[in-house]
Design a protein around this ligand. Structure first.
Ligand SMILES: Nc1ncnc2c1ncn2[C@@H]1O[C@H](COP(=O)(O)OP(=O)(O)OP(=O)(O)O)[C@@H](O)[C@H]1O
Length: 236
C-alpha cells in the first residue's frame, strides 16, 4: 500500500468567519503528519473560530481547506461524521455525560462512529484507557474523577478511532499547573506515536519548556513561526 504523504491539514488563502464577522483573513498553512503545532493569540483573536472551521463546525469563505483528506468547503453535513472519525477534538470543558460511567461515555462514541463487534469494542476501550493512564477507571462516574482524570477520559475518547490529528482547544484551561503539565505530557506521548496535534493554549510555559512550531492569531492575520520573522519573546 502506498503511504499517504499529504499534509493532514492544508489551508490555502481562506477567510475565517464567526457569524458575519471576519476574524482571520487570507490564511494559509499546512500541518504535516505527526507535527505538533501550538496555536496562540489573545482572547477573541480567532483561535477557536479557526479550530471550529477545521473540524467543519463553522463555514468559511474564499480559498480552500483540506483536513484528513476531506475538502472542508464541499463537505456535506452527512459526511461530517466521517471527518470526525479521522480527527479528535478536545475542549477545555470536559463534556462527558455526567450520568454515564467512563466506559458508557466511550462506548457511546464507538456506537455513534460505527463500531459493532462487542469484543473489539471492549478491547479498544481497555486500550485507550490504558493509554491515558486510567486502566482502572472504566466503571467510575465522571464526578468520581478529578478534573485531570476527566480530561484524560476525554483524550481517550478522542483516540478511539486512531485519529491522524487532535484539535485541542485550551485543553488545560480548567486545570491547575501540575495537572496541566501531566496532561501536556500525555499529548506529547500521543504525538510521539505519530498523531499530529494542533493545540490552542494560553499556557506559555508549555512553549518555553517544549519549544515547537507556533501559529499566532493576531489582528486578523495568522502568523507562522516557520514562515515569518517570528520572535517568540516579543509575542508574549
Ligand atoms: N458564537 C459566536 N457568535 C458570534 N461571535 C462570536 C462567537 N464566538 C466568538 N465570536 C467572536 O469571534 C471572534 C473570535 O473569537 P474566538 O472564540 O475564535 O477567539 P479565541 O482566540 O478562541 O478566544 P479565547 O482565547 O478567549 O478562546 C471574537 O471577536 C468573538 O467575540
Amino acid at each position: 500500500m502506498e503511504m499517504d504523504s499529504r499534509p493532514v491539514v492544508e489551508v490555502s488563502e481562506a477567510d475565517i468567519y464567526q457569524e458575519n464577522q471576519k476574524v482571520l483573513s487570507d490564511i494559509s498553512f499546512k500541518i504535516e503528519k505527526g507535527e505538533f503545532v501550538y496555536l496562540i493569540g489573545r482572547t477573541g483573536s480567532g483561535k477557536s473560530s479557526l479550530l471550529k472551521t477545521l473540524y467543519a463546525d463553522l463555514s468559511f469563505d474564499k480559498g480552500s481547506i483540506d483536513v484528513a483528506g476531506f475538502d472542508i468547503r464541499k463537505i456535506k453535513s452527512k459526511k461530517v461524521p466521517y471527518l470526525r472519525r479521522k480527527i479528535g477534538i478536545i475542549f477545555q470543558d470536559f463534556q462527558l455525560f455526567p450520568d454515564r460511567t467512563v466506559s458508557e461515555n466511550l462506548l457511546f462514541v464507538m456506537k455513534a462512529t460505527g463500531w459493532k463487534d462487542k469484543t473489539k469494542m471492549k478491547g479498544r476501550l481497555a486500550e485507550v484507557l490504558m493509554r491515558v493512564g486510567l486502566g482502572a477507571a472504566a466503571g467510575k462516574m465522571p464526578h468520581q474523577l478529578s478534573g485531570g482524570e476527566q480530561q484524560r477520559v476525554v483524550i481517550a475518547r478522542a483516540l478511539i478511532n486512531e485519529p491522524v490529528i487532535l484539535f485541542a482547544d485550551e485543553p488545560t484551561g480548567n486545570l491547575d499547573p501540575e495537572v496541566s503539565k501531566s496532561i501536556f505530557k500525555l499529548f506529547e506521548e500521543i504525538n510521539r506515536s505519530g498523531t499530529a496535534i494542533l493545540m490552542a493554549t494560553h499556557n506559555h510555559n508549555f512553549i518555553t519548556e517544549n519549544p515547537g512550531r507556533v501559529l499566532k492569531c493576531e489582528e486578523g492575520k495568522l502568523l507562522d513561526s516557520t514562515q515569518d520573522e517570528f520572535n517568540l519573546a516579543t509575542h508574549y
